[in-house]
Design a protein around this ligand. Structure first.
Ligand code: HEM
Length: 464
């Protein structure tokens, strides 16, 4: 399946071969449990909009930029997040931005927007450089040729970046315990089962619920302590309090009413940032590292850019890493961490040539969209040049959705892109990462799209 070329120019990274015909219901149920990515048959990569009948509703699979714009932007009020997506992406976090709807969502989005504005995100450059530098130092203590699981390393790194940017004075407890709880959380949420496909209501018990409750009460306790400590600090000496996301969150006010967030909202949003920003960014980094290991020409270009730009000032660094960012964007195209989005229609609508009834399930899969035959030239080939200027400006907005689009687009997209670009540049400058021979790399969709068997890589120190 790997189509190698010595320069990496025609490299086709591993992906399931779409079945020639649609799967039957039983097969869909089995495949969704094993790896939802393998459900997409060839027709979906050709058709703009397709309809399938589920036991409880009709589902429309929408991969036409104009129809997507209608769902996510122009008629977005008609398309609410559906229970499956909410259960998969934000299980147990009821009051955070990812889960709330209607006026509660509007208030939160307005209050939280300044936390992720370009200037604020730029102020996190140092924290991101620090986390990347710590990892590089750790790797440089290994013997040349040591093997690491790059996917697991990226998961640790992105949690460290979030910890440094959310609560920069530490979590006050055992960070290892916190990390394990995060892993336990991701281990429980994220599988689509038959209960979901048959539309079973939320109160019907799903596997792992008790474990999820235990993990959530651990998070509540730890986060409430951190918030309480920070509140006291802000009250006593506001000037010396760290300028991180927690301080910004506690100071965030609804611009129309001047009201701060409740404790439940603060807690839920910390957890939301941790869960929404952690595995997503880690997997985008892991896939980028993998793709570069197969494409020596691009690896060289990233290294040259990193050598030149990392020796300059930290201010403006992310904007100068143009090639590195193009490689990250191409990895997000081929392996979008959120491989599918879904919505439920409230009222009838028309999408392309299809009449969509009320309470229809709408699925927009960035994974399919990004490899759609009508939209991309050589869609299965790794080619970061698509994202270099001036070609970048020709990528249609609604054909490329790693971060979604419209009012509910990812609030952390600049944060994630900046982090991935900085970390990649730092690691590529200092190390050669080579996939352990014999490793089968395969995309598996579990909440996020990750390498199924991790990413064992041999690290060698580079020239710097
Ligand atoms: C490569 C990394 C990331 C990817 C691929 C990603 C992807 C997405 C996508 C596709 C959505 C929209 C979901 C929908 O429309 O149904 C979303 C929403 C969201 N993301 Fe991200 N995300 C990433 C990183 C982050 C980071 C770093 C944070 C915060 C620290 C974050 C916080 C959020 C939040 C809070 C929402 C909900 C926004 C709303 O509903 O208003 N994400 N993300």
């Amino acid at each position: 399946m790997l189509d190698r070329s010595p320069t990496g120019i025609n490299y086709r990274p591993p992906a399931p071969e779409p079945p020639a015909t649609r799967l039957g219901l039983i097969e869909i149920i089995r495949t969704l449990r094993r790896n939802p990515l393998e459900c997409w048959s060839a027709e979906f990569f050709r058709e703009p909009v397709a309809m399938i009948r589920l036991p409880f509703a009709r589902a429309f699979l929408v991969h036409d930029p104009a129809a997507i714009k209608r769902v996510l932007l122009d008629n977005a009020d008609n398309y609410r997040k559906d229970p499956i997506q909410r259960r998969i992406l934000s299980s147990g976090i009821a009051d955070g931005l990812l889960s709330v709807e209607g006026s509660r969502w509007e208030v939160q989005r307005r209050s939280l927007a300044p936390l992720f504005a370009k200037r604020t995100v730029a102020s996190f450059t140092e924290a991101m450089l620090t986390a990347a530098h710590e990892l590089a130092e750790k790797w440089s203590r290994f013997d040349d040729g040591a093997v690491v699981d790059a996917a697991a390393e990226m998961t640790m790194l992105t949690l460290n970046v979030l910890a440094l940017t959310i609560f920069s004075d530490g979590i006050g407890g055992d960070f290892e315990e916190f990390r394990e709880a995060m892993n336990a959380y991701f281990g429980v949420i994220g599988r689509i089962g038959a209960l979901d496909l048959f539309g079973a209501p939320e109160f019907v018990p799903r596997p792992g619920r008790a474990r999820l409750r235990r993990t959530m009460s651990y998070f509540e306790r730890i986060i409430d302590e951190i918030v309480e400590t920070r509140r006291r600090r802000l009250a006593c000496s506001a000037d010396t309090a760290p300028n991180d996301l927690l301080t910004l969150l506690l100071r965030a006010l609804d611009p129309s009413t001047g009201q701060p967030m409740s404790l439940a909202e603060v807690r839920s949003n910390i957890l939301t940032f941790l869960s929404a920003g952690h595995e997503t960014t880690a997997n985008s980094l892991a896939w980028t590292i993998f793709l570069l290991s197969q494409a020596p020409e691009w690896r060289m270009r990233v290294r040259e850019e990193a050598e030149r730009e990392l020796s300059g000032p930290a201010a403006g660094l992310p904007d100068r890493l143009v090639v590195t960012r193009a490689v990250v964007e191409e990895a997000l195209r081929l392996y979008p961490p959120i491989a599918a989005l879904s919505r439920m229609s409230e009222r009838p609508d028309r999408l392309g040539s299809h009449e969509v009834g009320a309470r229809s399930l709408i699925v927009i899969a960035p994974y399919v969209l990004h490899r759609h035959k009508r939209l991309w030239d050589r869609p299965d080939v790794f080619d970061p040049a698509r994202f270099l200027p001036p070609a970048r400006s020709e990528v249609p907005r609604f054909a490329y959705l790693p971060f979604g689009a419209g009012p509910r687009t990812c609030i952390g997209s600049s944060f994630a892109l900046q982090e991935a670009t900085i970390v990649l540049a730092m690691l590529m400058r200092r190390f050669d990462l080579e996939l352990l021979p014999g490793t089968r790399v395969w995309p598996l969709q579990r909440i996020t799209l990750r390498p199924a068997h991790g990413l064992p890589m041999r690290i060698t120190r580079g020239p710097n």
